[in-house]
Design a protein around this ligand. Sequence first.
Ligand code: NAD
Length: 299
Amino acid sequence: MQLLGKEVSEKIKHQLSVKVQTLKNKKYRSPHLSAILIGNNGASETYVASKIKNCEEIGIKSSLIRYDNNVSENELLSKIEELNKDETVDGILVQLPLPKHISEQKVIEAIHPLKDVDGFHPENIGKLTQGNPTFISATPYGIILLLEHYKIDIKGKHVVVIGRSNIVGRPISILLSSNATYGNATVTLCHSQTKNLKEICLQADILVAAIGIPGFIKANMVKDGAVIIDVGITRVEDASAKSGFRLKGDVDFDDVSPKASYITPVPGGVGLMTIAALLTNTMKAYLLRNNLTEDIFAE
Ligand code: NAD
């Protein structure tokens, strides 16, 4: 069975649009997400355009700030500072990757933790690690929302995560192993230096692939009945596609899906959930910054 990020993200977006309408009816301003895009990386352009389009669809205000590749680190940091101080901005995201002359760490740390809707700030990562409420990075949060929607049992299961990046592999491994409603799994975190990867994968009840190598996971690496979460998105050249490329996941879908109990497709799986999670975080930032709670929607 496929875990349809498209359907679940549409449901979450609908719920958010109802909330935005309630705010408007009560004469509050709409939540506001500010996105910064540097250069003209095709994939980044697509991601940011999609985030903006989704904001518009549900009534969240968005603004896009664009810079050339040669923008200085100082100019970027000053803009972030300006957005931090802007009372009408609730969430700030800087689309990664950045040009080499700009420190990703400095940029991440410059964003105010309460506006850090991507959940990359060390303060928010620290809270996540300690199991405290925070902005959970959008992709891991999207995966949790998807598993939750399909009522996939996590407790006590063996989860194997492949990939240890700060934006996907590491936070999802922390979340799924934490003592929380949606955690309590036994998690093995694998990476490029892991030995016997195939043998470890074969022990997984739930396999999360966040590697960036298309078709890396084959059926002979997967246990019968495993749940497969494919985070990978790689553009692979394809002359027959209108755009000249197709999006491929880290999992060889046709090979693996007959063995899997549940599997996410690419596209149409985790990617769309990431956007739904980002929008959810933006609403959360809005409520926190305005001293409001979810009760506002119940009244
Ligand atoms: P990254 O390059 O930062 O990390 C890749 C990880 O894979 C590393 O930790 C590395 O150790 C591991 N790895 C590489 N080769 C390996 C091998 N042979 N065996 C085992 N492990 C290996 O990548 P990332 O930012 O975490 O992204 C991973 C993939 O997920 C990419 O395709 C990216 O485009 C995609 N992604 C998708 C979403 C989404 O919304 N679906 C969000 C973020 C990233």
